[in-house]
Design a protein around this ligand. Structure first.
Ligand SMILES: [Zn+2]
Length: 463
């Protein structure tokens, strides 16, 4: 057998790895490649393998860089089953439709922009009908329930602790002449995150395909997070300001809301009005409520005592546009969470436009901000930033908290490997930039792992 690294090789986006046995193919993840428009368009439309020749697929979790190109795979002829956890399936139902609407809106925008030129109209990568078709091929498989996905290949999902429904994929392969256990980490979470159970250690894999997003970085400890958060809120409330939180809709928003709930119950913060102003976050939070089987013991105990972790008296979820616009006229103190997480689109832009020039306000950054995004410029505290093409001076306080990261850091990754190294002979590092991935590889080699390799995009390796 061999493995073909078709995406997220020496980069963090477009996760796709293809296992090939003689005549049979199993795809792990089918993520959307996100980057510069032209390149992304090329790569997402032209999968580096023939979808008609893939027999089955396994999806580690619902993030778009892991699931977002499934509709293209199906559109181009894949007819096999897509195995994932029940929560991942439900999240994909919402998130892939959202992705389709973005693709359709993008194509519309480009077609209007080029209306006077004699160009071929832009067709969206996929539309809602493609998503609905793909959803019919999903098969739910709970954690710890071994199930055949192909003849001689058994899949077992373990907790990855990264986002709701996220799984470590354990494959027991018994196809002559191959007999081995291959584990694909998917994305790994941090230990002691608030809602989810911790990542589990797989038992004695021979081969490990390991993510390395933060292979050379340590996060701030979770311990001081609530006190830091309370301090930011209290000093902004004291100056009657607004707290704006650009937030990713999946996991980050729910973790943050749950932390606010705990702080409110402890009276560590006053009951200020809090708005989650994002239709996608609202829908995703509803899916969290359907899947308590994914929660850890502390969260279940909290629910028995206090009810819904994601709802309390002074918290309002805002879906429709009029209610969102009405927030602009309200005076502080208040808090608004809105997408997008990197301030590149969405309702957060309207709130930033209205609030960024007032020194009473706070912009609280709780997620990763990629280069060249508005979010990164805010983190860098550039004195002037452009919002909707207009220059605005950055007067609001900027606070960066990385404790809400849903990704394992360097020590978490090393501990994960240590916990499963008894038979480990090969580690493939994926899903990381080189400056994070390569130092992790060196550490693993020094630990005595026999064969550590960071494959290039498009590389085939015989196992
Ligand atoms: Zn992820």
């Amino acid at each position: 057998m061999r493995i073909f690294f078709a995406g997220a090789a020496r980069s963090v986006t477009g996760s796709q790895h293809l296992l090939e046995f003689d005549g049979t193919r199993l795809l792990l993840d089918c993520g959307l490649y996100q980057g510069r428009r032209q390149e992304a368009n090329e790569r997402n439309r032209h999968l580096p393998f023939d979808p008609r020749q893939v027999d089955a697929m396994i999806l580690s979790h619902a993030h778009i860089d892991h699931s977002g190109n499934i509709p293209t795979l199906v559109k181009q002829g894949f007819r096999g089953s897509i195995t994932c956890t029940p929560a991942t399936r439900d999240l994909c139902s919402v998130m892939l439709r959202d992705a389709a609407h973005i693709q359709e809106a993008d194509a519309d925008f480009l077609n209007r922009k080029h209306a006077d030129q004699l160009q071929e109209p832009v067709v969206p990568l996929y539309d809602e009908a493609d998503v609905l078709k793909a959803l019919k091929q999903f098969r739910s498989l709970d954690y710890h329930q071994p199930a055949p996905v192909l003849p001689g290949v058994t899949c077992t999902f373990l907790d990855a602790g990264h986002v709701l429904g996220s799984a470590i994929v354990q494959l027991d392969i018994d196809r002559a002449p191959d007999r081995l256990r291959l584990v694909f980490s998917g994305d790994l979470g941090r230990r002691n995150m608030a809602i989810l159970r911790d990542p589990e250690a797989p038992e004695a894999p021979d081969v490990l395909v390991l993510e390395s997003t933060y292979g050379d970085r340590l996060h701030s400890p979770l311990a001081g997070m609530e006190a830091d958060l309370a301090a930011v809120i209290n000093r902004t409330v004291a100056r009657k300001g607004k707290i704006l939180v650009p937030s990713f809709s999946l996991e980050r928003t729910q973790e943050f809301v749950y932390a606010l709930h705990r702080l409110t119950l402890r009276k560590a913060i006053p009951p200020l009005p809090i708005y989650v102003d994002s239709p996608l976050s609202v829908r995703i939070t509803e899916i969290f409520k359907l899947h308590p089987e994914c929660f850890d013991e502390e969260t279940l105990a909290f629910m028995r005592k206090n009810g819904d972790p994601f709802g309390f008296d002074n918290l309002t979820y805002v879906s429709n546009v009029e209610d969102s616009k009405a927030l602009n006229d309200r005076e502080g103190p208040m808090m608004i969470l809105a997408a997008s997480g990197m301030c590149e689109a969405g309702r957060i832009l309207h709130h930033l436009r209205n609030s960024i020039e007032d020194a009473r306000n706070t912009i609280l950054i709780i997620g990763f901000q990629a280069k060249n995004t508005l979010g990164r410029k805010i983190v860098e505290r550039q004195p002037v930033v452009r919002i909707f093409g207009v220059e605005r001076s950055l007067e609001a306080e900027v606070v960066v908290m990385d404790a809400f990261s849903a990704h394992a850091d360097r020590d978490d990754l090393l501990e994960f490997v240590t916990g499963c190294r008894s038979k480990l002979r090969r580690v493939f590092l994926v899903h990381g930039e080189e400056e994070q991935m390569l130092p992790l590889g060196e550490r693993l080699t020094r630990m005595g792992i026999p064969d550590v390799h960071a494959p290039m995009l498009g590389e085939f390796v015989r196992l």
